[in-house]
Design a protein around this ligand. Structure first.
Ligand SMILES: [Zn+2]
Length: 144
C-alpha cells in the first residue's frame, strides 16, 4: 500500500529541513513552487545597528590619528552600504529559481517583472537543447 512518496525526491522541491531552518516559507505567486528564505525583510533591527556600529568602531579606530572622534560619522555611509548590500541579498533570495519571478521588481514595475520572466524563460530555452519549433513559438509570442 506504500507508494513510496516520502522517499522520492522531487527536483527543485524545498525540503522540510530547509523550511524548518528558514524564517519565511512561502509559495511563488507565479508558479506555486515552495520557496523559503532565511533573510528577514525588516531592515533596522537591533542586530543590524550593532553590526554597523561595530564596523564603525573599527573604522573610527583605524582613522583615529587622522580624524580623531569625527570618524564616528562614518556610521551613516556604512549604513547606506549595509542597506544596499542587505536589500540586494534579500532580493536575490526572494527571486524564484524555477520561473524567474522577482516579487520586489513586481511591486515596483509589473511590466519590467514580466519582461524579466520572459527573459528567464527564453534563456532557459536557449540552454536546453529542445526542438527548434518551441523556440520559434516562444519568440513569436514575445515579439508580438
Ligand atoms: Zn516561481
Amino acid at each position: 500500500m506504500n507508494k513510496g512518496s516520502h522517499s522520492r525526491e522531487i527536483p527543485g522541491k524545498v525540503t522540510s529541513r530547509t523550511l524548518n531552518t528558514s524564517l519565511y516559507a512561502y509559495f511563488c505567486p507565479l508558479c506555486k513552487h515552495p520557496r523559503a528564505t532565511r533573510i528577514r525583510p525588516e531592515i533596522g533591527t537591533l542586530r543590524h545597528y550593532a553590526q554597523v556600529a561595530l564596523v564603525t568602531a573599527v573604522v573610527t579606530c583605524a582613522l583615529f590619528p587622522w580624524l580623531e572622534w569625527k570618524g564616528a560619522v562614518s556610521f551613516l555611509p556604512l549604513w547606506v552600504i549595509f542597506e544596499l548590500f542587505y536589500r540586494s541579498r534579500l532580493r536575490e533570495s526572494l527571486k524564484c529559481t524555477q520561473c524567474g519571478f522577482d516579487p520586489v521588481l513586481y511591486i515596483k514595475d509589473v511590466g519590467l517583472a514580466r519582461k524579466e520572466v520572459e527573459a528567464f524563460w527564453s534563456e532557459r530555452l536557449k540552454s536546453t537543447p529542445e526542438a527548434p519549433a518551441t523556440k520559434n513559438s516562444i519568440s513569436s509570442t514575445v515579439s508580438s
